[in-house]
Design a protein around this ligand. Structure first.
Ligand code: S3P
Length: 430
């Protein structure tokens, strides 16, 4: 489905509730699946297709999941996971496939994890290698899906120094570690999102974290207890509204109940450094996560910035929309050390650069990121390919709000992967 984004002639105004966080929604089913029996509820579960892939997959592992209303789940955990079907489909979702590999490595049955066209091209080497070191039996062609996992109850703990700061790799290893003999320690150079660690603590698991010049987590077999989980609003979804309000003259919006986990809030820190008018209104703790309201106002004096190294993991998914923001900042914005952006649903370095150029942005591709010269008045009047990548589709829609001429975005329905409510909510602010 094509979508046209047109110039927004009035400010975006109003207050909206940001829908459920994708990462926490996945984990609200995947992590408790390791608990032997129990009943709990998940409040504010995501309606995005990725999370529905997780939900359906875990039903096929013997977990009973019932909707109490459109966003509340009641979950009944079996004493042991079973494979009702051998093939388990993960759709477009890398998180489902990588975290579930960690769960399945320690089960006593064989399963085959499959994905859609995009997911089947993404490398799984980053999880196959450490899981194999733990004694897991995984076969695949070229380290991509389908992955055949022959589970075992003989996994052993390892010490793993990850070459990447990746929450998916970290979570996969920690979940396998919960079924392994001995301790499992995972270390990364910079901390990636820590929702898994937060949820493990919340559910009562023994877990130790340490930050020196690097970040380490250690887990071992330990009892967890099923407990109700409240999922915060997704800061990665909020990011589209944050940028939209910052670049659309006369905007003043409030985004309610957004997850403000410090390993996810990079976009707020970077935007503030660029001169953005952003205020956090009300902060509280919920199910082991921080949550709050964000007020964002149009900011006409944005300055360029450099984003690199330790800052990348906390905003990796926001980089395409940050590129849009940088087109409206005075000076040269440099984004580097973000090579892993090439391994997302699409190669988000090439795709972002190619498409924003079509709108008139002054943006250049680098091996590990991009460079943007601003401030540019975007002309638009182009047809943009979303490459069936949800975050690109929404980033281009936001860019369209400040283009002189209409922007047509191809395959816009892919926003449903993480944020089916996007269009309804942006329309409410117009
Ligand atoms: C995610 C981790 C990140 C992120 C993805 C969700 C997660 O991936 O890009 O959208 O929920 O753990 P990496 O771990 O590959 O960086």
């Amino acid at each position: 489905m094509d979508k046209i984004s047109t110039k927004q002639k009035t400010g975006l105004r109003g207050e909206i509730e940001i829908p459920s966080d994708k990462s926490v929604s996945h984990r609200s089913i995947i992590i408790p699946s390791l608990i032997k029996g129990g009943k709990y509820r998940v409040f504010n579960f995501s309606k995005g297709k990725d999370c529905i892939s997780t939900l359906n997959l875990y039903k096929n592992l013997g977990i009973e999941i019932k909707y109490l209303d459109e966003k509340t789940l009641e979950i009944n955990l079996p004493d042991k996971l079973t494979n009702k079907t051998k093939e388990l489909f993960c759709g477009n979702s890398g998180t489902t496939m990588r975290l579930t590999s960690g769960v399945l490595a320690g089960q006593n049955f064989i399963s085959v994890l499959t994905g859609d066209e995009s997911l089947s091209k993404r490398t799984m080497k980053r999880i196959i290698e450490p899981l194999t070191q733990m004694g897991a039996d995984i076969t695949s062609e070229n380290n991509t899906a389908p992955l055949t996992i022959k589970g075992t109850d003989k996994l052993k703990g390892i010490v793993y120094n990850s070459p990447l700061a990746s929450a998916q790799v970290k979570s996969c290893i920690l979940l396998a570690g919960l079924n392994a003999d001995g301790k499992t320690t995972y270390t990364e150079n910079f901390i990636s999102r820590n929702h898994t660690e937060n949820m493990l603590k919340y559910l009562g698991s023994e877990i130790l974290t340490e930050t020196t010049d690097k970040y380490s987590v250690t887990v071992q077999k330990s009892e967890m207890k099923a407990k109700d989980i409240y999922v915060p609003g997704d800061i990665s979804s909020a990011a589209f509204f944050i940028v939209a309000a910052l670049i659309t003259p006369d905007s003043d919006i409030i985004l309610k109940n957004v997850g403000l986990n410090p390993t996810r809030d990079g976009i707020i820190n970077v935007a503030k450094r660029m001169g953005a008018n952003i205020e956090i209104l009300d902060k509280k703790d919920l199910s082991g996560e921080q949550i709050g309201d964000i007020r964002v106002r149009y900011s006409d004096n944005l300055k360029s910035t450099e984003i690199s190294k330790n800052e990348i993991p906390a905003l990796i998914d926001e980089l395409p929309v940050i590129a849009v923001l940088a087109t409206q900042a005075e000076g040269t914005t440099v984004i580097k050390d973000a090579t892993d952006l090439r391994n997302k649903e699409t190669d988000r370095i090439t795709t972002t650069v190619n498409e924003l150029k079509k709108l008139g942005a002054d943006i250049e591709e680098r091996e590990d990121g991009f460079i943007i010269n601003g401030k540019t008045s975007l002309k638009g009047g182009a047809e943009l390919n979303s490459y069936k990548d949800h975050r690109l589709a929404m980033s281009f829609y936001v860019a369209g709000l400040i283009c002189e001429q209409d922007v047509l975005i191809k395959d816009f329905e892919w926003v449903n992967i993480s944020f089916p409510e996007f269009e309804e909510l942006i329309t409410r602010l117009k």
